[in-house]
Ligand binder design. Structure first.
Ligand SMILES: *Cc1c(COP(=O)(O)O)cnc(C)c1O
Length: 377
């Protein structure tokens, strides 16, 4: 058995080496390092792939989330609703704008924002009357889109903007619609470990709204007006560089094949593990892009034991995420406590993710599943 990688980026490079090397070489020859033609080409390809009108490539997924909040003028006194079980950036962008992240619980089966908890939190914030409900940021956790039918209806009912955090969701599908088309605006990340990753930091924003697109283009380069040295608003330096675009182009072309491999691997994991383990749930008419294949142990002790048992057999695993956001030190000022979001807390104590990537083999999946089954009690 070859060495098992959690996410085998080097297998991907070996497979796409000629195209990636040629793309990098071309950028080095042309020296158009910022805003080279590959950047616009990538934006067009991404629009075509996800099925949205406008794409703004940016420096990373966190900026991709923050920039729409800047465009909407979200700030002090505003409430931004986020799941408690996600990567910190989802909530951090609200804090960066001076707004208040309001945590909501997630669903035990899909790990995604629970519409019932969202409704409860919106109603509570409204009743308290201290903050203005403004934005909901549902997350497509581990490659699976959130429950957008329900979430869209809630945003409409309360007049809230929706910003899809598709940092892990790229390539997922929800009733025939691809991730990155939900909400008023959606944001994704090209961090190397994401389903579509570059060789550094990168991200993209999608929208169908021309006015929003124009604002985001301005914010991306220091709030430019008619040109770079005409500055009409406060912006960022948030461009995706040309090298990353050149690397992403061949990776995007290979994406569907890799996604198919991940889906086959997930189906095999599930068939081999479902009798003894709590395996991931994909609702009907959803397709995950399997940013992670995450199972639930019964307790933290069992998780520790299983992860150690797998490590002893050379199988790497990871815990996403070991601590719910409302219990992180950075958010202690809000006075949230253990017990506030029981599902998020329970998941953070029990979940762990198995090796998963676009080049994983049936042999590896079978080896991992057999090792796990042998450890089951
Ligand atoms: C990775 C990630 C981000 C941030 O993306 P970066 O490119 O690392 O800035 C935001 N939200 C979620 C859910 C993520 O997984």
């Amino acid at each position: 058995m070859q060495k098992i990688e959690f996410n085998d980026l080097s297998a991907q490079y070996r497979s796409l080496k000629p195209e990636i090397d040629a793309g990098i070489a071309k950028v080095l020859e042309e020296c158009h390092f910022i805003s080279g033609p590959q950047v616009e080409e990538l934006e067009q390809e991404l629009c075509k792939y996800v099925g949205r009108k406008y794409c703004i490539s940016v420096s990373n997924g966190t900026d991709a989330l923050q920039m729409p909040l800047m465009a909407w003028g979200v700030g002090a006194g505003d409430a931004v609703f986020v799941p408690a079980f996600t990567f910190v950036a989802t909530a951090e962008v609200a804090s960066l704008m001076g707004a208040t992240p309001i945590f909501c619980d997630v669903k035990e089966d899909t790990f995604n924002l629970d519409p019932a908890s969202l409704r409860q939190q919106i109603e509570r914030v409204k009743a308290e009357g201290k903050l203005n409900p403004k934005v909901v940021i549902p997350v497509d956790l581990f490659g699976q889109t959130a429950d957008y039918d329900e979430l869209e209806a809630i945003c409409k009912e309360f007049g809230l903007w929706m910003l899809e955090d598709a940092a892990q969701g790229f390539g997922g599908m929800n009733k025939g619609r691809k991730a990155c088309v939900f909400g008023d605006v959606s944001a994704t990340s090209f961090f190397p470990a994401k389903p579509l990753g570059c060789y550094g930091d990168g991200g993209a924003i999608f929208t169908d709204d021309k006015e929003m697109y124009d604002l985001l283009v301005s914010i991306r380069v220091h709030g430019k007006g008619s040109f770079k040295y005409d500055n009409v608003r406060v912006g960022l330096n948030a461009r995706l560089d040309t090298l990353q675009a050149a690397i992403l182009l061949p990776k995007l072309r290979a994406f569907d094949t890799e996604n198919e491999t991940r889906n086959k691997a997930a189906a095999l994991y599930t068939s081999l593990l479902k009798d003894k383990f709590d395996v991931p749930v994909v609702p009907e008419n959803y397709v995950s892009s399997w940013a992670q294949y995450t199972i639930k142990a019964k307790t933290t002790e069992e998780r520790d034991r299983l992860m150690k048992g797998l490590a002893d057999k050379g199988i790497p695993t990871m815990v996403y995420y070991p601590k719910a956001l409302h219990l992180q030190k950075v958010y202690e000022e809000y006075g949230n406590k253990e017990g506030d979001f029981p599902v998020s807390e329970s998941l953070s104590k029990r979940v762990f993710s198995l090796p998963m990537h676009g080049y994983i083999t049936t042999e590896i999946v079978t080896y991992v599943a057999e090792a796990l089954n042998a450890l089951a009690e």
